[in-house]
Ligand binder design. Structure first.
Ligand code: ASP
Length: 437
């Protein structure tokens, strides 16, 4: 049988995304009959989209736990673990600080919200409290690891998996049995992830059509300045900052990176959740970009939880927009405060749709801006959420590559190979067992 073209699936996913946008806009503008919404949008497409997201989420906890245990045991010593952790953390915080600085500079230059009539949006917003950082630190240690898994609490799962992995390494021959089991489990779970990826063209199409069909673009007009300033800032981060960092810090070809990012980018865009995208991010980073499991299994779930560059950018532009609408002057110290709070706010908040709006309350109250201002931007948030989640996930992949390269844990041949990690190829050959550095 001839071998299927590599990455046909990726092309199908991208096609599903584009046709989802077109058909969603058409349904929104033309096909407004109630039965179309009842049967198609809230019926068929809702079911397909929800099943797809559920299938993705189903894989997250087992994948992160098993993969991280295998990853930790592959490290030669505990110092390596500490080094990788610190590098990832510093890069995640630095990329977020860069992101929000870009967003603030652009927003300052463009001035979105000047002359905006706050009466145009009469939605109300009631703020939910974001947890303080001290509580985030305390909550990192699970009192019950099973509950942590049941709740999908990523930081707690990471902490437990790290400790468990270290214990496996230190437990001699018995630990070795456990490790063998986990390696096999890892292979099996990755196989399941590939099944879910095969559903992606249908799932992505359903999710995106439904989003665009229900959103409408009419809300966009009064908020065009906010919307496009943020879109431009996100594009600079995606096509400027990450490629530059990859080139400067890791001597990696940014174009190859951008070509390989398409799968997780499409998943992030359609689900608006970095958390639900973890299985695909991990698959891409390991199998397409050649990052060793010992780095990827740690940096990807950590990044999905604490690294939200796109979200921080939204908070920067939103702060300037709201300040302009309410005619409040922001001083340089306010800008610095926004950088600091937006960077810290992205740590320890769940990687789920719209959580950025919750943490935005933290940022606004820090600089003394009215929290009700959030009501003004809610109308266009879904679409921006999809875009900023794409940036969040791309940031996780870029940092994973940079950390891996610095640890000599990136297989350059895999990174350079355009065929690497093709799901079409993977399902034709038996999966190799996890390689250990
Ligand atoms: N949806 C984003 C994510 O999951 C978070 C947000 O900005 O609301 O990464």
């Amino acid at each position: 049988m001839p071998s299927p073209a590599p990455h046909r699936l990726t092309r199908q996913i991208v096609l599903a995304m584009l046709s989802g946008i077109v058909s969603g806009v058409i349904v929104n503008q033309v096909a407004t009959a109630p039965w179309i919404h009842a049967v198609l949008i809230d019926g068929l497409l809702h079911v397909i989209g929800s099943v797809f997201v559920a299938a993705l989420k189903m894989m997250v906890v087992p994948l992160v736990f098993v993969s991280l245990v295998v990853g930790v045991t592959a490290l030669s010593d505990l110092r390596a673990l500490g080094r990788i952790g610190i590098k990832a953390l510093v890069l995640y915080l630095a990329t977020t600080a860069i992101a929000v600085t870009i967003a603030l500079s652009l927003a300052h230059a463009v001035g979105p919200g000047l002359g905006f009539d706050a009466g145009e949006a009469n939605a109300s917003f009631s703020a939910k409290e974001a947890p303080p950082l001290t509580q985030v630190l305390i909550d990192m240690v699970p009192t019950n690891p099973v509950a942590a898994m049941a709740e999908g609490n990523m930081l707690q799962i990471i902490v437990f998996a790290l400790l468990f992995g270290v214990a496996v390494t230190m437990s001699g021959a018995r630990g070795k049995h456990v490790l063998d089991l986990f390696r096999d489990l890892n292979t099996v779970i990755m196989h399941m992830v590939e099944w879910v990826m095969r559903l992606a063209p249908y799932g992505v199409f359903a999710l995106i059509t439904r989003s665009f069909a229900t959103q409408g673009l009419d809300l966009l007009l009064p908020l065009a300045a906010y919307f496009f300033t943020l879109t431009a800032a996100l594009a600079i981060q995606l096509f400027g900052t990450y490629p530059l960092l990859l080139r400067l810090l890791a001597s990696l070809n940014p174009l190859t990176f951008l070509r390989k990012i398409r799968d997780p980018a499409a998943f992030a865009f359609s689900t608006a959740s970095s958390g639900a995208t973890i299985p695909v991010t991990l698959h891409t980073v390991e199998k397409k970009m050649g990052v060793n499991n010992s780095v990827a299994s740690f940096s990807v779930p950590l990044g999905a939880t604490i690294n939200m560059d796109g979200t921080a950018m939204m908070q920067g532009v939103a702060a300037v927009f709201i300040a302009n609408v309410y005619a409040i002057d922001l001083a340089l110290t306010d800008y610095l405060l926004v950088v600091l709070t937006a960077t810290l706010a992205s740590v320890g908040t769940a990687a789920i749709p719209s959580v950025g709006l919750v943490t935005l309350t933290m940022v606004l109250s820090q600089v003394g801006l009215p929290v009700e201002g959030i009501a003004l931007i809610i109308g266009v948030d879904r679409l921006l959420d999809m875009m900023r989640t794409t940036v969040n996930v791309t940031g996780d992949c870029a940092v994973s590559c940079i950390v891996a390269k610095s640890e000599n844990a990136l297989d350059q041949a895999v990174f350079d190979d355009p065929r690497a990690g093709s799901v079409e190829d993977a399902t034709r050959r038996p999966m190799p067992s996890q390689t250990v550095a």
